[in-house]
Design a protein. Structure first.
Length: 626
């Protein structure tokens, strides 16, 4: 190569490097300037005062999934992502915030009505919907009307809408009540085509958590068990909605033939079908609905009815920070939501060590006299579940009663951490049980051969290289498989023994209701797996009663952000609330495709979170309802 060519190449790469450095410096400068602007704006700008007319409506425009604990989202990366218009995480709304807002509005003389806009509301379990519904009933009991309006009501949205005095639907709108189902994705054939070997070790006739990786369809045993609790949930849904809407339970259409006949009678008009079936009360355009509300609460300067949004009203109702009275006696609430993993985890996932640390904080706080563990989990690591269970036992030994309050799901490992409590409370619709464990391991020996790779070497024993993952690439020997199955069987026996000890049941009796089978809260009460049916508030009241408390405060023991994380969260939260960050537009998506991709994503996230040091898991995949 000539010196001239070498010089040309050097200049070319030099130019590329200069462009890269310039681009990097520009991006970093923009981020820094944006950061400084947001800090200055947050520091020097006063809060926006929410103006509410003397006669106004609470506009309950919920956006996101209804949850009892928000998952942790890194405030720095999230804020920077949103500042440049990136994809947002699925938003979440605290049920406790919704209840506080509605209850406050019930006593606010300025609020004369409520309008529910549920178009942005995502996932919500029956127990969470009922908690919000109870607050709506309190609002109605104060003499104020509740209106629901929308273009489309999905099943969860309609359940909440059924609490309204009037449901109005847009002329081209629809109501879809399809019932409950469990339809997991199955990967067996796909894994075989990829030459991935699947090794399963389990105990329990109904422990179907591994089926998506070992079958191409749901087993007859899983269909039997899942069908039973799904039908129980659907019956509960129908009975409650039918009672509020004043029609018969058989008014629900459960076959395409029945649906076809009714829609045909409405000349193919889905909104008229909804009226004919008494699912809604009226068909109204948006303008007609606005005028009807103006007649109730008056008109504002934007030519619509006087109203205050959920978010704006919440600013004046819910303080930014909660401060506990250091002198009062307390019932501590600890939320255990998400998959149970070994080690530490942020909110939205249950870390064995981090959740145990929260329980330990409650145990060492002299002002905490009782604890309510609010569980919303399908399980996970058996080891981490036992770490949490040990802390619950220590709380009881310290003379502090513990109530396990089951939310939407407290199954498998979720039941494991509930069992040591003084009492277990569940909702009738809680999905619980699934007492069983499994081990799941994928090996890639056939993949290695296909791509021409190999792992080989020598060790002082047959066990050498096991912890380094050598069997993952070379496959499992028969003695290794036998050992894994032996450990799983031992783990199942320990699970049964632990449940029997805390529930005062014989081992054989526990085994009859275990085997990985899932039950509703109502059925679990009959079987002796739970003590009482009741709400979260009922569980708190019971904890106080066991502790002999007549006056007490409720304190939430929760994961805390670091000072830096809290500062960034406050700054960007303030900026977003004031509208300084660009809104990310939500583009219409194919619902079925979105659910498909989301399910595959969730399955692989779940597999990535399996980190039990012994490879033993108690998890309920079937508990995910479609």
């Amino acid at each position: 190569m000539t010196e001239k060519k070498k010089g040309l190449i050097r200049r070319l790469f030099g130019a590329i490097w200069s462009v890269y450095r310039g681009f990097r410096a520009t991006v970093l400068n923009i981020i820094f300037i944006l950061f400084v602007i947001l800090i200055g704006s947050a520091v020097f700008s006063g809060g926006d005062k929410v103006e509410i007319a003397d006669t106004s409506a609470l506009y309950l425009n919920l956006r996101g999934d209804l949850v009892e604990e928000k998952r942790f989202v890194d405030p720095i990366s999230a804020a920077l992502n949103e500042s440049v218009g990136g994809q947002q995480e699925q938003p979440e709304v605290l049920v406790s915030d919704i209840v506080k807002v509605i209850n406050h509005a019930a006593t606010d003389n300025r609020i004369q009505a409520m309008v529910m806009d549920l178009s942005g509301m995502g996932g919500a379990s029956l127990d969470k919907l009922q908690a919000v519904g109870k607050a709506i009933e309190t609002f109605k009991a104060s003499g104020k009307k509740v209106f629901a309006y929308g273009a489309y009501f999905a099943q969860n949205q309609y359940f909440l809408a059924s609490y309204a005095d009037q449901i109005s639907l847009e002329p081209m709108g629809a109501v879809l009540l399809e019932g409950y189902g469990s339809y997991p994705m199955f990967y067996k054939s796909a894994l075989e085509k990829l030459k991935v070997s699947t090794h399963v070790f389990r105990v329990g006739t109904y422990k179907s958590a591994v089926e998506p990786f070992t079958r191409d369809d749901m087993s007859a045993e899983a269909k039997e068990a899942n069908g039973e609790w799904l039908n129980a949930l659907w019956d509960d849904y129908k009975q409650q909605v039918a009672a509020r809407r004043n029609f018969a339970v058989d008014n629900f259409d459960e076959t395409f033939t029945a649906l076809y006949e009714k829609v045909k009678a409405a000349d193919g008009d889905l909104s008229q079908y909804a009226v004919n079936s008494k699912l809604v009360d009226a068909i109204q355009t948006r303008e007609e609905f606005r005028r009807s509300l103006i007649a109730v609460v008056g008109k504002n300067n934007k030519h619509t009815y006087n109203h205050v949004t959920f978010a704006d009203y919440a600013k004046s109702v819910i303080p930014a920070k909660q401060f506990d009275n250091p002198m009062s006696e307390k019932v501590a609430v600890i939320v255990a939501r998400g998959m149970i993993v070994d080690g530490t985890a942020k909110a939205g996932t249950i870390g064995g060590d981090s959740t145990a640390a929260l329980l330990r904080r409650a145990r060492n706080d002299d002002k905490v006299k009782a604890v309510v563990l609010r569980i919303d989990s399908g399980g996970g690591s058996a080891f981490a579940s036992e770490v949490i269970g040990q802390e619950i036992t220590l709380l009881r030994e310290a003379g502090k009663p513990v109530i396990a309050s089951m939310g939407a799901v407290a199954a498998s490992g979720g039941y494991w951490i509930a069992a040591p409590a003084n009492e277990i409370w569940a909702a009738p619709s809680t999905i619980t049980g699934s007492i069983g464990i499994f081990g799941l391991l994928h090996t890639f020996e056939n993949v290695m051969q296909t791509v021409g790779l190999n792992v080989d070497g020598v060790g002082t024993t047959e066990l050498a290289g096991f912890s380094a993952g050598v069997p993952v690439f070379k496959g499992l020997t028969e003695p290794t498989k036998d050992l894994m199955q032996l450990l799983i069987e031992r783990g199942y026996t320990e699970f049964l023994t632990m449940v029997g000890k805390h529930r005062n049941m014989a081992l054989a009796d526990v085994d009859k209701v275990a085997q990985g089978r899932v039950w509703t809260g109502s059925k679990a009460l009959e079987l002796g797996l739970v003590d009482k049916l009741g709400t979260f508030d009922d569980a708190i009241a019971r904890a106080a009663e066991l502790a002999g408390l007549s006056q007490f405060d409720v304190t939430v023991v929760q994961h805390e952000l670091s000072p830096t994380e809290q500062m960034i969260a406050d700054i960007f939260g303030s900026a977003k609330a004031r509208g300084w960050l660009p809104e990310v537009s939500e583009q219409p998506q194919n619902r079925a495709l979105r659910q498909l991709t989301q399910q595959v994503k969730q399955d692989f996230i779940m597999m990535n979170q399996f980190n039990d040091p012994n490879g033993v898991y108690s998890y309920c995949i079937a508990c995910q309802i479609n």
